[in-house]
Structures are given as C-alpha cells and as structure tokens.
Design a protein around this ligand. Sequence first.
Ligand SMILES: [Zn+2]
Ligand SMILES: [Zn+2]
Length: 198
Amino acid sequence: MIDISGTRQFHGHFCPGLALGIRAAEVALREIGPHSSDEEVVAIVETDNCSVDAIQYLTGCTFGKGNLIHLDYGKNAFTFIRRSDGKAIRIVVRPNAAGEPDPEYTAVSQRLNSGQAEPGDAERFTELHEQRGQQVLDAPEADLLDVRVVATPLPAQARIFRSLVCEECGESTMETRTRQFHGRVLCIPCFRALEKRM
Ligand SMILES: [Zn+2]
Ligand SMILES: [Zn+2]
C-alpha cells in the first residue's frame, strides 16, 4: 500500500503534482523496488516540482543520500536504476494525462494569478486542486504514464571528497568545488566575487 497520507504530510499539501509523483513512485516500487541499505536505487528526475517529494518519500531516493539526481529539463520524467543488475525504467507523464482541467478550475486559477480573486476563490481553488490530484490518483496507469525499460549507464557512486578551507571566507568547502586564484584556494562564491572586482 502506498502511504498517501505520509506523502501528503511530507510535502505539506495534496496537489496534482504530488499525485503524479505518487503514481510514478508506485510503478518504480513495482518494477525496480525501493531503495534499501543493500539495494541501491538511483532516481534521475527531470523536474523539480511537487512530484519529486513523492518520489523521495516513497522510494527512498533522496537528495541527501546522493541517489536522487536532478536534470533541469522541466519534464515530468523519472528514471529509476537498480544498481545490482542495472535494470532501469523511464517513466514519462503523458501530455494532458489527467484530461482537460475543469473550466471552473481554469477560471479560478486565472483570477487568482491575475490578482482579481473573488471572495471564496482561494478556498475553492484548494478544493478543486485537491480534486484534480484525486483524478490523477484514479486515472488508469496506461493513460497517465508511458513506462519503458531503458539502457542507462550507472551513475557514479556517491563519493566522499575531502574539504579545503576557503582562504577568503574561511568556510570548509568540498575540494572538487574549490577554485584557484593567484595561488589561493577559494570557494565558488568568493571566487565569483573576486572575478567581478577584476
Ligand atoms: Zn504541491
Ligand atoms: Zn569563500
């Protein structure tokens, strides 16, 4: 069973984006399995929207563990790779997957976005937004998602690098992220600040 209430709590609200992430995670858990201490699963997400919170919460692929990789392509597409045998799937949300939005939803959200909200619009929007999320949860999987087995090279294992102290701000910085300037070791923001002054 997918823990929808836990996912909702983790994300802070229920919305169509979160629902898409829940549906994608459901497929990943079935086809690839959850990340665990003896089975590393890597997720590559091509968006940074609400859906990724569901992916993190439900599959155990998280930013902090280094097994969640973000590619800034602005697509609702999620690839999951199981390190033990290299099995990988790419899940893409089909365009207009949950059907056309209800005209009232479109009208209310336009009023809210253009600062012409009428009394009760904000509450109504929350309601309609949740309904739309529910439509995503109820949609048949094949209508909603395109799922393919793909051949993807395994991403490099998360590694621990040593840190150096930035000679400008004194903050400890991962060595691979430091810059050298006139023989001094600098962190990226200090390097950029110096570069601007040149
Ligand atoms: Zn959300
Ligand atoms: Zn610095």
